[in-house]
Structures are given as structure tokens and as C-alpha cells.
Ligand binder design. Structure first.
Ligand code: NAD
Length: 253
């Protein structure tokens, strides 16, 4: 049975990967879902694959652009009427050494991965409060839990997002809004295919007790749980969904 057919989730970076799997998970429970992404063509493909025009809304938007974010939420509210969950999943990765990361790369990673969730939350929170509250999940990374080479911009953005999660939880509890983070281990999405070299893949294989990459659906399950009423007393937390990587603590090169 659907948990609540009238609820609405907005998922950023929903055109593919973990975001698309998350949109599917909400739809499977009878929620309506706004799928937001910067990549209009991939979003079109996702909408066609979901084939649920009555329950979905596509929004093309760069989460780091304040005006575009405001316009996207405006459209979502006009079309879907309410907001119960926000999943800040859109992300970008640059895997380079500290001394080779350019100022532009640093700025872009911070803008998408950290400023994006700041902007969306500022708009989403009052909308959620209008209907008694809601839940926000920020997608961080195990790269924000422990330092390793090549992840100066990416890991720093995700560690900061984990702290932003706590700040948001502290300030939004009084509005009835819970805020948590999910820190994925490696998942073989388009992003991972782009930045995980053979050496990184071998490192992860050795360092993960469950000995494999995670599945998009495994992440979506944890994200949905934290947005659902079943997580009603959980806020301000980061849940690592990482096959035991963080718990065991074997380092990466
Ligand atoms: P992905 O690249 O397959 O999907 C990310 C989506 O975000 C894409 O559709 C992309 O177009 C969109 N996006 C990028 N920049 C955007 C912007 N400025 N505005 C709006 N949309 C934007 O990646 P994924 O692996 O599914 O990653 C989802 C999240 O999970 C990201 O935040 C990522 O950092 C995090 N994560 C992924 C892994 C992994 O191994 N795949 C591990 C840890 C954390």
C-alpha cells in the first residue's frame, strides 16, 4: 500500500543514477515526484522511462543558480501543490590532486555540492512548514568522511555538506522538518565511470568489507526511509551506506 498517496518529493540530480532510482522509490510508494536536473536531454529520457506523467514533473535547473532554483520550486508548487520531501542529490566530482585542482574546478564543485543544497533548502523549508513539516536528505559521500588523495574539492564539499546537514537539522526542527544525510560508498553510476580509475576500483574492492560497489536501489532505499515517517525521531545524522567501508577504516591511497 502507498505510504501516503498525496505526498510530494523533489529530487535534484534525478535524471540518472542514484537520483533516478530515488525518484522511482518514491513513485513506488504512491508519492508524486518533481525530478530536477541540469541535463534536459537525460531528464527527458528518464521521464520517458518512468512513464508516469500524472505523478511526475520534470524541472531543468542548475542547483547552484539562485534564480533558476527559485523558478523551479515555483513551478513545482504550482503544479504539485505541496512539498513533503527534498533530496539534495545533484552532485559533481573532480578527482585531482590538490596541487592540480584549478580555482574554477574548486568553485564549481563547491557551488553544486554545497551551495546547491543551501539554496534549495532555503526555499523548501517554508514550503514544507506550510503543511506541517517534512524531511530533507542531503547526499554526501564516504569521501567526506575520510580524506584520501584526489578528492580535495569533492571530499571537502561533502564534509561541509555533512555539517550543513547538522546546521539545517538544528534550525529547522522547530518547523517540523527533519534533515539527514546519506553518505554513499562507491556506486557504479555515470559519475563513478567518469572518475573511478582502475586503481581506485581496486582500492575500493580491497577496502570494502562487503567486497562490492553499492547499487543505486540500495541507496534509494536508505534515502526513502529517512524521508518517511518511519524515521520520525531521526534528524541531524549521516547514514553511511557503504558496505562497511567507513566502519572498518582501511585507508585509500
Ligand atoms: P550521476 O552523475 O550519475 O548523477 C548526478 C546527476 O546530477 C546527473 O543527472 C547530473 O546531470 C545532475 N547534476 C549535476 N550537476 C547539477 C547541477 N548543477 N544542477 C542540477 N543537476 C545537476 O551521479 P550519481 O553517482 O548518481 O551521484 C548522485 C549523488 O551521489 C551525488 O551527489 C554524488 O556526489 C553522490 N555520490 C555518488 C557516489 C558514486 O560512487 N556514484 C559515491 C558517493 C556519493
Amino acid at each position: 500500500m502507498p505510504e501516503n498517496p498525496s505526498k510530494v518529493a523533489l529530487v535534484t540530480g534525478a535524471a540518472r543514477g542514484i537520483g533516478l532510482a530515488t525518484a522511482r522509490r518514491f513513485l513506488g510508494e504512491g508519492w508524486h515526484v518533481a525530478l530536477l536536473d541540469i541535463d534536459a536531454a537525460t531528464l527527458d529520457t528518464a521521464m520517458a522511462a518512468l512513464a508516469q506523467p500524472d505523478a511526475t514533473l520534470a524541472l531543468t535547473c542548475d542547483v547552484s543558480d539562485p534564480a533558476a532554483v527559485a523558478a523551479a520550486f515555483d513551478t513545482a508548487m504550482k503544479r504539485l501543490g505541496r512539498l513533503d520531501a527534498l533530496v539534495n542529490n545533484a552532485g559533481t566530482a573532480v578527482f585531482k590532486p590538490l596541487l592540480e585542482t584549478t580555482h574554477e574546478e574548486w568553485q564549481r564543485v563547491l557551488a553544486v555540492n554545497l551551495t546547491g543544497p543551501f539554496l534549495t533548502t532555503q526555499i523548501a523549508a517554508p514550503l514544507m512548514a506550510d503543511t506541517g513539516g517534512g524531511a530533507i536528505v542531503n547526499i554526501t559521500s564516504i569521501s567526506g568522511l575520510r580524506a584520501s588523495t584526489l578528492r580535495v574539492a569533492y571530499g571537502t564539499s561533502k564534509a561541509a555538506l555533512a555539517h550543513l546537514t547538522k546546521q539545517q537539522a538544528a534550525e529547522l526542527a522547530s518547523l517540523g522538518i527533519r534533515v539527514n544525510a546519506v553518505a554513499p560508498g562507491p556506486v557504479d553510476t555515470a559519475m563513478a565511470k567518469e572518475v573511478h580509475s582502475a586503481e581506485i576500483r581496486a582500492d575500493y574492492h580491497d577496502a570494502i568489507p562487503l567486497n562490492r560497489y553499492g547499487l543505486e536501489e540500495e541507496l534509494a532505499e536508505a534515502i526513502f526511509f529517512l524521508c518517511s515517517d518511519k524515521a520520525s525521531y531521526i534528524t541531524g545524522q549521516t547514514l553511511a551506506v557503504d558496505g562497511g567501508f567507513d566502519a572498518v577504516g582501511i585507508g585509500l591511497t
